[in-house]
Design a protein around this ligand. Structure first.
Ligand SMILES: Cc1ncc(COP(=O)(O)O)c(C=O)c1O
Length: 476
């Protein structure tokens, strides 16, 4: 019998590297192999443990409470604050929205006021929980417009949201003004610090300018912060903190309405693997406050170096100066951003393309972590070479017939035949002999095609694509 771990390693060869500092989205790399070893051992030791019942697995309860306690220090939480470990940023946000909705049973058509740049997880929460997302355009600096958000609040508003920072542009919203507007109407204010919550407090301690966004701001009622991002913990944990236990209470769920054990849950999950909790606890315990200062210093040094690289390339510009560790860049007319992305990827640097949205053209997102610092010269060289090659190649053009095909489709009623027709017309994605989709190695044409589609059409096309990807592979 072949060792399945060998097969696993072979399969994993197709994935992006999670270590090495060159993957600038999806993963966060401390650059310290000892941190990875500790995480792996702790995850393995607790992979079968179940945080469903804190009395059966008290060690997990203890770890969870210690993690929330550490976060209380970072987030200027008052003595009344409480928190929960969730499975990720999206789950923390879902629970913040669900809790806000259920705290106001008197509101029949609940609404939440979001800056247009708020994470897509809020749209998912709107979809799941029937809370209308009221989107408020952001200012020219990509930060939320606090006055416009205040004006958008009405009697049905159950939640107001700010980001610290936003994912797409990496800037922190004016939390003080937004939270004040919410508080003056007695409405909850959630700060989505999923990506910034573990690094911005250290930015402040390093003397970098950051506007206030924590529980130190009056009116902030809850904050989400993902440990599986800048706490450099293994995937599968985020924290959701509330200013007091009363604000958290609608999040809890119990059911004794069946003959089995009384179900008692703090999150959307019931069985919860102990692996991510223990892995996160062990990493935070090992790194500690002083370690995070150093890691933040390294991440920000890498950010500053990358910002300088961008400034030295005439065809590139920052979309906005970063407030945190996220860098968003755009290209001038001489350079196609999607081709530039492919060129960087082909040189071993994974960067993430962002499609045009509203008045903003396409851009490229970089989540910079500490592990990238030793490689910034290599990044600069790869960027210069990629810009030159992409300029020489010229922009990718979407065939007029394909544009017409997309424009004629109805996103609300996209059929399998429509999707097959688009695949055939574009010639971008082939099918192998066994019917599997074969993904193109270069994505510029796919991104250019999606870029001309409306947001609703992008969603429909990508859902059809996912449906084709998720097909059973039966044992041969
Ligand atoms: C600001 C922000 N909120 C929410 C999320 C969602 O987090 P997750 O992917 O862990 O669900 C992210 C992810 O990058 C984020 O950057």
């Amino acid at each position: 019998m072949a060792d399945p771990i060998d097969r696993l390693r072979t399969l994993q060869g197709a994935d992006l590297p999670v270590h090495g500092g060159r993957t600038l989205a999806y993963v966060y790399d401390s650059g310290d192999p000892e941190i990875d070893r500790i995480a792996q051992e702790a995850v393995a030791a607790y992979a079968a443990s179940n945080a469903l019942d804190p009395t059966a697995f008290p060690s997990l309860l203890r770890m969870e409470n210690e993690l929330v306690g550490f976060a209380c220090g970072l987030l200027d939480a008052p003595d009344t604050a409480v928190g929960t470990v969730t499975s990720g940023g999206t789950e923390s946000i879902l629970l913040a929205v669900q809790g806000a909705r259920d705290s106001r049973p008197d509101v029949l058509r609940p609404r939440m006021v979001l800056p247009a740049t708020a994470h897509a997880a809020f749209h998912k929460a709107a979809h799941y929980f029937g809370v209308e997302a009221v989107l408020v355009p952001v200012g020219p600096d990509h930060r939320a417009d606090a006055a416009a958000m205040a004006a958008a609040i009405d009697d049905d508003t159950v939640l107001v949201v700010a980001s610290a920072p936003s994912y797409a542009h990496g800037v922190v919203d004016p939390v003080t003004e937004i939270a004040a507007a919410a508080a003056s109407r007695g409405i909850r204010c959630h700060v989505d610090a999923c990506i910034g919550g573990w690094v911005l407090p250290y930015a402040v301690r390093l003397g970098r300018p950051v506007v206030p966004w924590t529980f130190a701001v009056d009116g902030v009622t809850s904050i989400s912060v993902d440990t599986h991002k800048y706490a450099y913990a293994p995937k599968g944990t985020s924290l959701l903190l509330h200013r007091d236990a009363g604000l958290r209470s609608p999040q809890f769920f119990a059911s004794a309405a069946w003959p089995g054990y009384t179900m008692l849950n703090a999150t959307t999950q019931s069985t919860r693997s102990g692996g991510p909790i223990a892995g996160t606890w062990a990493v935070v315990e090992h790194i500690g406050d002083a370690g995070y200062v150093e890691l933040a210093e390294r991440a920000f040094a890498a950010v500053d170096a990358i910002v300088a690289c961008i400034a030295s390339e005439p065809a590139l510009r920052l979309v906005v100066a970063p407030d945190s560790t996220l860098v968003t860049l755009a290209t001038d007319d001489s350079l196609d951003p999607f081709t530039l992305t492919d060129e960087l990827v082909s040189r071993g640097w994974y960067v993430q393309p962002q499609l045009s949205f509203g008045d903003d053209g396409p851009s490229i997102h970089l989540s910079v972590s500490a592990g990238t610092l030793p490689l910034v010269d290599e990044f600069a060289a790869a960027l210069t070479a990629s810009v030159a090659t992409a300029q020489a190649a010229g922009p990718v053009a979407v065939d007029a017939g394909v544009v017409a095909f997309i424009e004629a489709l109805d996103p609300a009623a996209l059929t399998d035949d429509d999707f097959d027709g688009l695949l055939a017309a574009s010639g971008l994605v082939g099918a192998s002999a066994d019917g599997d989709l074969e993904l193109p190695t270069r994505m510029a044409e796919v991104n250019a095609m999606l870029d001309v589609a409306s947001p609703a059409m992008r969603e429909a096309l990508l859902k059809a694509f996912l449906d084709r990807l998720q097909r059973p592979v039966r044992p041969s």
